[in-house]
Every structure is written in C-alpha cells, then in structure tokens.
Design a protein around this ligand. Sequence first.
Ligand code: NAD
Ligand code: DAU
Length: 351
Amino acid sequence: MKKKILITGGAGFIGSHVIRLFVNKYPEYQIVNLDTLTYAGNLENLKDIDSKPNYTFVKGDITNLEFVTELFKDFQFDGVLHLAAESHVDRSISDPLAFITTNIVGTVNLLNAAKEIWKDNMEDKRFYHISTDEVYGSLGEIGKFLETTPYDPRSPYSASKASSDHLVRAYFHTYNMPVVLSNCSNNYGSNQFPEKLIPLVINNIKNSKPLPIYGKGENVRDWLFVEDHALAIDMIYHKGKTGETYNIGGNNEWTNIDLVRKLCDIMDKKLNQEIGTSQKLITFVKDRAGHDLRYAIDATKIKNELGWEPSIQFEEGFEQTIDWYLENTNWLENILSGDYEKYYEQQYEKR
Ligand code: NAD
Ligand code: DAU
C-alpha cells in the first residue's frame, strides 16, 4: 500500500514547491495537500501537477480540531510535513490573534491528531515542523544563528512560530512523538505572494509604483532559493534524526537597500530602460515596529550530517525568479484582481 503523506499549507509559496517535488519524485507516496486557502493560498501554484494520481487536495482548516481528527482517521497518514501558517510579519503586527490561532492552535491540533492515530505504533512515522530563523531573534553585525542559539522571538509572528516549535519538541519529550524540525532563512523564488519584499518590488517596478523601504534599508536578510529549501526539506524528512532541529540558510546576506538596488538594475535591463530609472522609485518609509536588524544562518549541521547545501547560486536564482514574475503576468494579475480565489470553485467543485 502507498504511504500516505500529509503536507499542510501546500497551496502557499514554499508548500507548493514541496508538493511539486514530492508528487514528482515519489510516485510511491499518496500526497495529501491540506490547505484552507487563506489569501496566501493559491491553487494556481499547483496547476501543473493537480491531476496527478498520487496527489489529493483537501480544503480544510487546521484550527478545526474535529475536522483534523476526522481527516487523520480517514487517511491514516504515515507522515506529516507541516507548513501551513500565517507567515507575514507585518500582518502579525496588525492582527496577532490570527497567528496565535493558526500557528499555535493549528499545530497542536495536528500533533494531537497524529498522536491519536500513531499511539500504538510510532515506528516509521514522522511529524516534521517547518519553521523560521526568526525564532532566534535579531543579530548584531557579527555572528550567525546555530541550532543551539536561545530563542528570542520579537514579533507576534516569530513568537507564534517559536511557541509551535516548543510544542513540537514537548510532544517528542512527553509522548515520544517522532518529530523533526527545521528553521530556515528568507526564501525567494516563484509563486511568492506579492506582499513579500522581492515580488512586491518586481511588481511595483513593472507598474512604476514607489518601492517602500522600511527605515534606512540597513536590515539584513539571508536569502535562499525556494527550490533549495524544498530539497533540504526532502532530505530532513527522509534522513533527519528524530528529535533534532536543522538550520537551513543561503549563506547569502544582503541589506534590503542593496538587494532592492540590484533588483532595480536587473529590471531596468529586462525592461530596456535606462539604468537608474527604477532606483528613482525607491521610497524610504516608516520602519516596521520591532524590525529585526539581521538574520544569518549557520547551516554547518545540515551540511555535515545530511550533506545538504544550496545548489543554486544567488545570481542564477535571482535572475530565474525575476524572469518567472515577468513571464507569468497572469499569475500576478489574477492575485491583484482576486481571480485566483476562484480557482478552487472552477477546478475542484465540479470534480
Ligand atoms: P504562505 O503564507 O505563502 O503559505 C501559507 C499557506 O498556509 C497558505 O496556502 C495558506 O492558505 C495556508 N494556511 C494558512 N492558515 C491555514 C489554516 N488555518 N489551515 C490550513 N491552511 C492554512 O507561507 P510560506 O512563505 O510558504 O511559508 C510556509 C511555512 O514556512 C510557514 O510555516 C513559514 O513560517 C515557514 N517559513 C517561511 C519562510 C519564508 O521565507 N517564506 C522562511 C522560513 C520558514
Ligand atoms: O526569515 C524567514 C522569514 O522571512 C519567514 O519566516 C517569513 O515567513 C517571511 O515572510 C520572511 O520574513 P521577512 O519579514 O524577513 O520578509 P519580508 O519579505 O516581509 O521582508 C524582508 C525585509 O524587507 C524585511 O527586513 C522587511 C523589509 N521590507 C519588507 C517589505 C514587505 C521593506 O523594507 N519593505 C517592504 O515593503
């Protein structure tokens, strides 16, 4: 019988890349994508694989315990890769409760449902929580986050992810749940919702709109190509040691202002504009409240223990990403018009 793997949040940015990788690479698995389709969930991200026989989409909310419990009973999952979350820091500042409910309560619901169906035999089972480097807080000018760095979350988003990480580890210690975790740095690539810095800037340049830079643009992020993150997730799911945490990063630090200037220059070339045209759109705006200064990941553990390191150089990944947004104007337009939210009705309800 095929192993049944639940991937939550598969209609989102990273989840869609993980689903595509797993559906194509593992025909021996039945992959179930559980996603409630918030504003960030977009089934168009998966239209190339959504009729594959080893893929099933289920629309549902991880905060609904009764629904989650029934789903686990029906499918008897062998493994869970949990990515569903409220993921945008700015939204967590204006509406913290949604983050507490989805990221904390939702995670506990999944843990409880898995514990219930696995209680007599945890062998060969796995609960993988996909988390963020933001749980470690903010770095000064030097140093990097290690797996042993104490938690110091500073936004409602990172506090909710830290809380869910702690709960996942608590279920390992208390109930012997076969868990594994990873904490990753900023991802970039195709299918990212255009509220996040890189797709927002690409879209605004295309439409000659201001490019908002929070504060002075001196904050530093460590950027990783999303497909490399998906490969790391695959490796950790299959080879990671139970109870362990792995940091994943791109070894690729940029200040926001340098990153945006680079984007501007590449976009000028692609749009056949004079170099410097897009940089004129840069607008310094009020800083994000509690804006973490710098994130940087030390990914030595995953390299030494599992043999993973980023395979795509930034120049290549960045170019590929920009080309994707320029070529997939429909994807962006459907988001901006709201049409992407009709994909489920149009493609699934008639099935
Ligand atoms: P995203 O916002 O693009 O996607 C989240 C998905 O979860 C969406 O499809 C949404 O519909 C779904 N979802 C939200 N609430 C749900 C609920 N209650 N029930 C079911 N589904 C729900 O997020 P992303 O950027 O792809 O991030 C995925 C995961 O990776 C998150 O857990 C995030 O914390 C983590 N992460 C993200 C990054 C990054 O750079 N984007 C880096 C490190 C870790
Ligand atoms: O580090 C991992 C995290 O990366 C993930 O856990 C989060 O889910 C993901 O959203 C991302 O968080 P950031 O807050 O770093 O990403 P964002 O794209 O929102 O912002 C990147 C940087 O750019 C950050 O320093 C804030 C700044 N910024 C962002 C926006 C949207 C701006 O200066 N202007 C903007 O308009």
